[in-house]
Every structure is written in structure tokens, then in C-alpha cells.
Write a protein that binds this ligand. Structure first.
Ligand SMILES: [Zn+2]
Length: 111
């Protein structure tokens, strides 16, 4: 797996190897027409326990059955030119119970 940055929204994502996808687009952007507006300025996020003593900042990217949601980790920092993803975690996806999500807030992607 290799970490790439989405050319459209600036979010990090994982692909099997560099250039595996025709376009360097994340799961959310791939297969969708380009939005009229530019990259998102902010994202609605939550905290969820990481199981390692800390927490992950996550965005809900999908609704699943049984009260579960698919989450995308935001790990990096906002800069003047947009989100700067830090490797290893940014763009990581996993499923969890919605009830585990805490501290809903809007996180700016630009400084
Ligand atoms: Zn994207």
C-alpha cells in the first residue's frame, strides 16, 4: 500500500501502488464529476478512541447497517494552501459504532 494525496480534495488516501488509479483521486472523489466549488474549506469531524490510549480525528464517509459508520481519519494540519496530510494515518478508513463518536466539531482545512 502506498499513500497518495487526492488531486481534487487534498485528502490523503491509500492505493495498492503509486499510480494504481487512473487519476489520483480518493474514494470519495473517484467516479464523481468534479464539484463546482473548489476544495472543501472545512470538514465535520469527531473524536474516537484509537484503542492505543489516544484518539483519532475522524469524518463519517458512509452509513452502514446496525448503527455502524465508515470513518476516514484526518491526521495532519491545516495550512494556508490546504490540508497537509501526515503519513501513516491520514486517509485511513475503518468502521465503528456511531455511539463511539464524541466531540462533534468543524475542523478547518485551511489556515
Ligand atoms: Zn478526494
Amino acid at each position: 500500500m502506498t499513500h497518495s494525496v487526492c488531486k481534487r480534495c487534498g485528502g490523503g488516501f491509500w492505493e495498492s501502488e503509486k499510480g494504481a488509479r487512473e487519476e489520483d483521486l480518493c474514494d470519495e472523489c473517484e467516479g464523481k464529476p468534479a464539484p463546482n466549488q473548489a476544495a472543501r474549506r472545512s470538514v465535520e469531524v469527531f473524536d474516537i478512541p484509537s484503542g492505543l490510549g489516544g484518539s483519532h480525528t475522524v469524518e463519517i464517509v458512509g452509513e452502514l447497517q446496525g448503527g455502524k459508520v465508515r470513518l476516514r481519519v484526518w491526521y495532519g494540519r491545516a495550512t494556508a494552501t490546504g490540508w497537509e496530510p501526515w503519513k501513516d494515518w491520514d486517509g485511513y478508513r475503518f468502521d465503528a459504532d456511531r455511539a463511539e463518536l464524541k466531540n462533534k466539531r468543524t475542523m478547518p482545512l485551511f489556515k
